[in-house]
Each structure stands twice: as C-alpha cells, then as structure tokens.
Design a protein around this ligand. Sequence first.
Ligand code: IPM
Ligand code: MN
Length: 359
Amino acid sequence: MAETKKIAVIAGDGIGPEVVAEAEKVLRKIEDVFGYSFETEHALFGGIAIDEKGTPLPDETLDVCKRADAVLLGAVGGPKWDNNPKELRPETGLLGIRKALGLFSNLRPAVVFDCLKDASTLKPEVLEGTDLMVVRELTGGIYFGEKFRRETEQGQEAVDTCAYNVTEVERIARQAFEIALKRRKKLASVDKANVLETSRLWRETVIRVSADYPEVELEHVLVDNCAMQLLRRPSSFDVIVTENMFGDILSDEAAMLTGSIGMLASASLGEGSYGLYEPVHGSAPDIAGQGLANPIATILSSALMLRLTFGYEDAADAIERAVAEVLDAGHRTSDIAAGRAEALSTGQMGDLILNAIRK
Ligand code: IPM
Ligand code: MN
C-alpha cells in the first residue's frame, strides 16, 4: 500500500461542490485501481465561508490546507457577495490563499480535443494540433501592489500599483523553462516591454535565465500581439509565460480555443511539490445545483495533482485517457453538446469517466 496522501478539499460556491464531488469519486476509483491512498479533509472557503465564518478564508481552512500535501478547489463567488466590501469578497479569499501558500506559478494547459473541435467558435483547421500551456505569475504584479484612492482637483482618483522584483520574475521564468524542456521546447515570454518598466525588467530577466536553457527556443511577444496570435496561430504556441494580469486575460482567451472553459484544469505551484488544483472556470451560479455543470475540468485538475504533486504519472494518464475515451464515444455535458445529442448530467459524466479508468 502506498503512503497515504492528504488532500484538502475546498469546494466553495455555486457548482464548486458538484464538480468537486465527481473528482473525489474519481480519486476513490484511482485508489481501487492503482492501490494509492488518499485522505481528504473538507474546509469552508469563499462565499460559504463568509456566510458561516464571516471571512472568505478562515484560519482553520488555511490550517487544513497547510497540513495537506495538496489542495483541491472547486470555485468561489456568486451574486450574493458581489456587492460586499473587499475583505468580504470570495475573490479576496482566492488571492489570499494563493499568497499564503506561496503559489506563485499558475499552470493552465489548453488542449484541443479532436472530437471537440466543433465546440469552439474558431475554424477547426486553425485549431488543429493546439496544445499549449499558459504559465501565469500568480502572487505579484498589479493584483498585489499597493491600492488606494485619493481626492484630486479632477475628482476622486484610484491607484493600483504594478510592481515586480527580479526574484519574482526569475523563479517563474525558471519554472516556465523547465516545463518547456519537458514539452516541445518552445517558450513565448509575453510582456508589454514597449511601455511598462515592469515588463522591461521581466524581459531582461527572462533573457538572462534563458542562458541556462539553450535547448529552449525563446520568443518575446507583446501582450496585445499575443492576444491576436492566439487566435491566428494557436497551434504554434507551446509554453507561454507571463505576469499575473496578462496571464489572467490570455488564459481565458486560450480556454475558448478548446470550445469550453468547462474542460480546462489548472495547477498553482510554489517551489516544492505542494500544489493547489482547480478548474479554470468559475462558480457558474446560473446553473448551480442543477446537475448541469461539466465536471471534466475538475477531474482533469485532480489528474494534474496526481502527476505534479504526487508523481503518480500512471494514474494521471489513466484519468486523461478515460476523459478522452468518454468524449470520443460522443458523451457530452450541455456546455460542449453544441446543440446535438442528449446532454449528460454532472454525475452521469463523472460515472462514465470513472468507469473508463483502467490500469
Ligand atoms: C482566475 C480568476 C481570479 C483571478 C479572480 C476570481 C480573482 O479570474 O483565477 O483567473 O483574476 O485571478
Ligand atoms: Mn481569470
């Protein structure tokens, strides 16, 4: 029997609990098939934690996460908390947990499944072969810089500061180069070095780090141009590394290449193997509680956890194969049904996937 791995489960709001439940079922199946052992501990996070504990990220929740080897997160937020002050917003909990756990590197793979090409708004021939990874810096930049308001002669002024130090850029650059080495060895570093000082430091640093990775082909792409190239030649990208806000925007764009944001997994990592895994999609309050959500992004996030935190490559592969097999057989939840076939419920999709898991 393998050593028991501890997983903190913070399902959150909206469809979060529904999709996380399917990923947990899949993990149980992995225990049966591969003999691995997982212990899960659930904790409150996001809007539900605001309602029950008065804060989106209670100390107990952070403790549960710190005690664990990895965190599985559903989604947070909803209209109920949208008008709350900043400290009482679910999003503040999300930024807080990333910072508190030192998760500076956010990996968002976007892979176009052949059988889902028709679910995208782009032409199939443009999408052909797209398999890219956005590596987003997650604990710096304008998200975490000083923010304030002040009175001026032209009325109230709001200020958000974007700052990066060389250590922050260097560590994310190294991670991106390491990832590129294990893939097609191409790295696009995205910045706005024609305008922003933080981007000039970013570019200088990436160039310096690149000396240690001569096998990786490096290109620098300005962020506006990158937004365009992602639609024009998505399959030519391998790894994209960029700062926090550019990565937020470009990863949503990359998500739509795949047809549905309901398909995309993500990993947030620090220096070691510890990681937080979550679907890229949000809490989708409009469809919450109806069994309509697509659980694939969360199930694929659990596969990333098995691979990147636990090193269980065999089990991660098995989950990814099972997902591909179920999709190839034509099974769809409503977000990827493209108007045809009968759409499955969240639970039905989860069951089909877990039944397709084999050694
Ligand atoms: C994401 C989300 C968050 C972000 C929000 C909810 C704070 O959009 O994870 O991409 O901007 O980082
Ligand atoms: Mn986002």
